[in-house]
Design a protein around this ligand. Sequence first.
Ligand SMILES: CSC[C@H]1O[C@@H](n2cnc3c(O)ncnc32)[C@H](O)[C@@H]1O
Ligand code: ZN
Length: 434
Amino acid sequence: MTTLKVADGRVLRPDHTVERADVLVDQPSGDILAVEPDGEGSASADDRLDAEGGLVIPGLINAHTHVAMTLFRGYADDKPLDAWLQEDIWPVEAELTAEDVRAGARLGSLEMIRSGTTAFADMYFFMPEVVAAVEKSGLRALLGYGSITVGNDDAAAHQEMQDGLDFAEGYDGAADGRVSTAFMPHSLTTVGEAYLREYVPEARDAGIPIHFHANETDGEVDPLVADHDERPLEYADDIGMLADTSFLAHGVHTDRTEHELLAERETAVIHCPASNMKLASGMAPVQAMRDRGVTVGLGTDGAASNNDLSLFDEMRDAAMLGKLAADDASAVDADAVVEMATQGGADALGMASGRIEAGANADLAVLDLDQPHLTPAHDLVSHLTYAASGSDVRHTVCDGQVLMRDREVQTLDEDEVLADARERAAALIDRAES
Ligand SMILES: CSC[C@H]1O[C@@H](n2cnc3c(O)ncnc32)[C@H](O)[C@@H]1O
Ligand SMILES: [Zn+2]
């Protein structure tokens, strides 16, 4: 057995208490073996990470992103969703190559490791390249090919849906089990009803989770209500898209009936506050959903609508926006936000991560507390939500492997990743604009 000890730090426990303890990790299995309170620790381990003056937290979970969109960071800002997608994003995405997605996925993985994220859910194109980035970076991920049928003829639409199923079936368990998969129809408006009705049952019968965008803007909800005479999530439920393995992104424009349906079906919602603010999509009723018992995780969405992949920024945004949405300063408090970024995301993605306890995946990050903006330390859960940032992360561990040690990423060559991303992004934009 090879062991790793995360030693001499303070540890955030699943109930959000903080105690001085060492965390002992079994590296071959990638599991946490024990959390050993101060002074009770076993003698030694094969490797040691110094957490002195630090806080050991569960690795953060970015439960909805499009990781390769890091290549479009800052390319198209200050527009609403529809115009942004149709005028700027989809035209450049039409020029994407597998090599571009590889470069963008590695760049995004680097950014996530550096900001303490250990797992992400991704919907995009050329997904084998994202699998390769997960393999190389050491992160954990739930991945799916994003199927769109609008604008395609019937044969191409069928192919899109089949590609989504084939990817999910072919890559589940890749990267030594760190990759899981889902069937990912892009949204209820960009995939035709006939295709959803044909392929969703196939995914369900095969036990494949389902992930999709839903209720993001009024412009998406209103036509669905007009066409189907029911709420979008009632329509999704008629098709069989809501299940305990399903999770949807956004849920901004959802009503009480839909919250009850989500709770009943145990379908999780991934809240993306920065994207919702930047695209002026609206304010998700996060407190109301949580009050109804809906599992809520956090996601950055793509870097082009955020414009970063740091879950620390997302936590702060979620707390601030949640209060505005509820018109209540006590809504979406720090405890709720930390829970969403850790256990909520893990539950949504079906991962045994998001908590520091024996038997859980050894996915964790160590934050450096010894800094002006984190002093004094009245309440460390408050600091995680309101004051900390990605650059405070000292070490990142996923599946028992050290991905970043003392801010040196171990699995990716940073200079090479940045150079490749710069070059690929510039050439891609040139192709799209020529
Ligand atoms: C079919 S792969 C994913 C697809 O989604 C696009 N996208 C990025 N951000 C959003 C968003 O907030 N709502 C809907 N779709 C989004 C991305 O550009 C890809 O085309
Ligand atoms: Zn998205």
